[in-house]
Write a protein that binds this ligand. Structure first.
Ligand SMILES: Nc1ncnc2c1ncn2[C@@H]1O[C@H](COP(=O)(O)OP(=O)(O)OP(=O)(O)O)[C@@H](O)[C@H]1O
Length: 509
């Protein structure tokens, strides 16, 4: 009671008061710090686990998923960071509600039962409505995936978009805006349902308060003196009940986010299990053989492109050109040869030893490849020590005739990569030579080189690589240089139509 001393230790009342505040402050601080740590731990673990699984999945799975699904899953993880906070709120609110209801049941079983009944009815109503909102929120998430794919088109195709105002307008109006508009309308509908829930909830409580004041006193077993206690307790429970209701939309969003993350993770895991074997080791071999190798693409309309059966052998030091018309299957073959695609049937043998799923990482580790859409990394992920490798680096830079162009940032251990397309391909080749692998696979590498450098590449550089013991398998359309190869293999409709020996001398070791 105000103005009266405490029952215990009355002479220390203000000290006890201050002490309680200090304890409460410390507990809240410790608890909040703990919550912040847990939230960030969850975010960190889930986000990195997704990225790690993406990193370890096969190229085939990555191609099927598309980068937009990965971006959406990573943005979904943000939602999960709020989980601990929301759960603590839920637990606190539930405890207050349970205590409140328990107290009401204790002082008046009939009154308490009435309140319990109203609350149960309200919560059932919210949960049912929430189920219908869940479907809408799922559509919003699908639209989000689609949105990321259009956004990717805009960003990656920026130059083509700038070249046509109608294209630029269409990509924005017909695709991006229309996607966002659909998303907005569904979100508005879902949010309005939530707002309706909240309003219904608040006004239901006013009805409950009215019922306490006017209906409960009509029961003979309900004492009139309890009306004010009931009203006080119900008012006290209103905020926690609102918290419970507010938890529902959050719960639904988290459920959807988790379902999507799990789905993505299971799709990534599917191939990951068979490709666990990592490590920096690589397989050293003198001969690679394809025996009845077949690979098939199946698209949404079940149409397939089949490459193979391929029966080919490449020996160390060979220079082999792969040629053929557009869509003949050259790049698909390169993807099999580099271990990015696993044959659907047939065997790949290295010196007679058949490679199995667990060898694929080691197989790729021993292969250098430069693809048509080769990406030059901004950082030195290969961990090259440019100082220690200065001699060979300078030799390769000279080989690629880039002495006057390349800038080496020694402090960062990287080479500046703001270069023309052809120069970028030359720099990519420098990196691959520094990695010092025996099989070098090039997909239309020379297509972006000027005529002088192209002639130098075919006539001199390839011979130099051969002397270094490299096996070079290069996709090319430059038939005027076919004589520079040891063999020329022609593809058509996924089949090898000719395998011509150009020179007889092949280095073997
Ligand atoms: N990821 C894919 N999914 C489904 N089909 C594909 C895929 N990639 C290629 N294809 C199909 O496989 C066939 C061979 O394609 P590939 O890229 O291997 O040809 P290519 O000989 O390298 O052609 P180009 O000279 O034009 O680069 C094509 O008909 C193509 O439609």
């Amino acid at each position: 009671m105000s103005g009266e001393p405490l029952d215990y230790f009355p002479e220390y009342d203000w000290q006890i008061f201050l002490g309680l505040i200090a304890i409460s402050f410390l507990c809240s601080k410790l608890f909040q710090n703990y919550m912040v740590t847990i939230s960030n731990d969850i975010l960190f673990d889930i986000e990195l686990s997704i990225v790690n699984k993406v990193r370890q999945t096969t190229y085939e799975t990555f191609e099927k998923l598309g980068s937009q699904r990965i971006y959406t899953a990573i943005s979904d993880t943000r939602m999960l960071g709020r989980l601990p906070d929301a759960f603590i709120n839920l637990i606190n609110s539930s405890i207050i509600i349970l205590c409140g209801i328990g107290y009401l049941l204790w002082i008046s079983p009939i009154g308490g039962l009435c309140i319990l009944f109203v609350m149960a009815a309200l919560l059932t109503y919210y949960v049912l409505r929430n189920n219908s909102i869940e479907k809408e929120l799922n559509v919003v998430r699908d639209l989000h995936d689609e949105y990321y794919s259009y956004l990717k088109e805009l960003l990656y195709g920026f130059k083509q978009m700038k070249m046509s105002t109608s294209r630029s307008r269409n990509i924005f109006e017909k695709f991006l805006s229309s996607n966002r508009l659909k998303g907005k309308n569904i979100s508005i509908k879902a949010s309005q349902k939530y707002v309706d829930n909240e309003l219904t909830g608040t006004y239901s409580w006013y009805v409950v308060l009215g019922a306490i004041m006017f209906v409960l006193p009509t029961f003979s077993s309900f004492e009139n003196s309890l009306v004010s206690v009931f009203i006080m307790v119900v008012l006290f429970m209103m905020a926690p009940v609102a918290n419970l209701i507010m938890f529902l939309p959050f719960y639904t969003s988290v459920k959807i986010a988790l379902e999507r993350i799990y789905k993505l993770e299971s799709e990534l895991d599917y191939e990951y299990d068979t490709y666990k074997s990592e490590g920096d080791q690589c397989i050293d071999y003198n001969e690679i053989t394809f025996e009845e190798v077949v690979y098939k693409y199946v698209d949404d309309q079940n149409k397939a492109f089949t490459i193979g059966p391929l029966n080919l052998t490449f020996v160390k030091g060979e220079i082999v050109f792969i040629t053929g018309g557009n869509g003949a299957g050259k790049s698909t073959f390169i993807n099999i040869l580099t271990g990015l695609y696993k044959p659907e049937s047939g065997r790949i043998l290295l010196d007679g030893y058949e490679i199995n799923n667990s060898d694929y990482a080691k197989f790729r580790n021993g292969t250098s490849a430069i693809f048509t859409d080769h990406h030059l990394f901004n950082e030195n992920y290969d961990g090259f020590d440019l100082n220690a490798l200065k001699l060979s680096l300078n030799r390769f830079i000279k080989m690629m005739r880039l002495e006057r162009v390349l800038k080496i940032e020694e402090s960062k251990g990287i080479i500046e990569n703001k270069l023309s397309k052809g120069q970028q391909k030359r720099l990519a080749l420098i990196y691959e030579l520094m990695a010092n692998k025996s099989l070098l696979v090039l997909d239309e590498w020379a297509a972006e080189q000027d005529p002088q450098f192209r002639a130098y590449f075919y006539q001199d550089l390839l011979q130099e690589l051969k002397k270094m013991g490299k096996t070079v398998i290069a996709v090319t359309h430059d038939d005027e240089y076919f004589h520079c190869a040891d063999r020329v293999i022609k593809f058509d409709y996924g089949k090898v139509t000719s395998d011509t020996l150009m020179k007889t001398e092949v280095l073997t070791s």
